[in-house]
Write a protein that binds this ligand. Structure first.
Ligand code: ADP
Length: 338
């Protein structure tokens, strides 16, 4: 390691934290050594024989000689002790340095991971925002460049822009929801699965009608612990996907069962399904399978499932998925029973 590298390390966050840890270790070690040295050396002197001990049993010359001899031995003892304590502190410095370095890395790892995830999120979000923005800009520029823009052309451009703006809204709504989830979490309350499903169904009616899809709801009146609004959002996201990734005129079935302390709400479709290789990733932010991205061109930003997953986890539940390509998928919301 060159002097430059060492300088850079000392200035880095890890370096500064490691030095702080080392300073604390050394401060404690030195303080302990000082106290130990002082107590031990005063203990040593305390054992020097006093005049009262000798009385007049020894002749003064011999007494002085013995005194001197004992004093010398005590001084030697003190030096020895000092040397050992200095060595011990040097050892503490080296071992403490290594320990501090690893402790600093361990302390900073979660912070670094969080920052990395945050910057990845920002860069993914910016990337997704760019696509509709570029589309709006291009269609406006093309329209403006035309010397004679007809009313029909202007309307076409405006319609395209409106579609892109709607997509932008969908994306920003999703981003806001993800940002919000870190803040206030409503306390879990007993809520009716039937009511949650009914409210979610109301919201997806236009999407289902547009593809002539039937949604079959067989959910009994089970009570689970959660938050009504959050759960409606979860069911809407899953139903929305079931509709999006199914052919028109398909049927989606909702049912639920209880097992142990949990309720299981199933949303089953016979749509395009998900390949096994994609399954571990579908709950990640911005993840979309290749099929939904390119071949079949279905709208979305890969945020729906990550939002649903985070919401369910806030209420001690989870989302399970079983899927077979070209046969369909079943998403199951598992929640604690009230
Ligand atoms: P989006 O639907 O906006 O792409 P999601 O986070 O809701 O984002 O879903 C992530 C990916 O998981 C989707 O792009 C799609 O490939 C896959 N997926 C989710 N639900 C289904 C489903 N019911 N059927 C098939 N694929 C699905």
């Amino acid at each position: 390691m060159s002097i430059d590298d060492a300088g850079r390390f000392v200035k880095s966050v890890t370096g500064r934290l490691a030095l702080t840890y080392l300073a604390i270790i050394m401060l404690m070690s030195i303080a302990f050594s000082v106290v130990f040295y002082r107590t031990s050396s005063s203990e040593l002197s305390r054992h020097l024989p006093t005049v009262a001990f000798y009385g007049d049993r020894l002749n003064p010359d011999i007494r002085q000689g013995v005194d001197q001899f004992l004093r010398n031995r005590i001084d030697e003892g003190r030096h020895e002790l000092l040397l050992r304590l200095v060595l011990l502190n040097l050892l503490a410095f080296v071992a403490g340095g290594v320990l501090s370095y690893f402790m600093a890395i361990r302390t900073l790892k979660p912070v670094e991971d969080a920052m990395e995830a945050q910057s990845q999120f920002i860069s993914d979000a910016s990337h997704e925002l760019r696509t509709p923005l570029t589309a709006i800009q291009t269609s406006n520029e093309v329209a403006l460049r035309k010397p004679k823009l007809t009313l029909a052309e202007a309307k076409h451009t405006l319609a395209q822009n409106t579609e892109d703006v709607a997509r932008l809204r969908q994306l920003t709504d999703g981003l806001l929801r993800l940002a919000k989830k870190d803040k206030v979490i409503a306390l879990p309350k007993p809520i009716s699965l039937q009511e949650v499903v009914a409210e979610a169904m109301n919201q997806i009616v236009p999407a289902a009608q547009a593809k002539k899809i039937t949604v079959n709801d067989k959910v009994p009146n089970t009570k689970v612990l959660g938050d009504q609004q959050s759960l409606v959002q979860v069911v809407v996201n899953l139903l929305d996907n079931a509709i999006k990734y199914s052919e028109s005129k398909a049927t989606i079935v909702l049912n639920s069962s209880n097992k142990g302390r949990f309720a299981y709400l199933n949303i089953k479709d016979n749509g395009m399904g998900i390949r096994a290789a994609d399954l571990p990733h579908i709950f990640k932010r911005f993840y979309r399978t290749d099929r939904s991205r390119s071949k079949e061109k279905r709208d979305g930003y890969g945020l729906g499932l990550s939002i649903a997953d985070e919401l369910v986890k806030q209420y001690n539940g989870e989302i399970l998925v079983k899927s077979t390509p070209d046969e369909g998928s079943t998403f199951t919301i598992k929640l604690p029973l009230a």
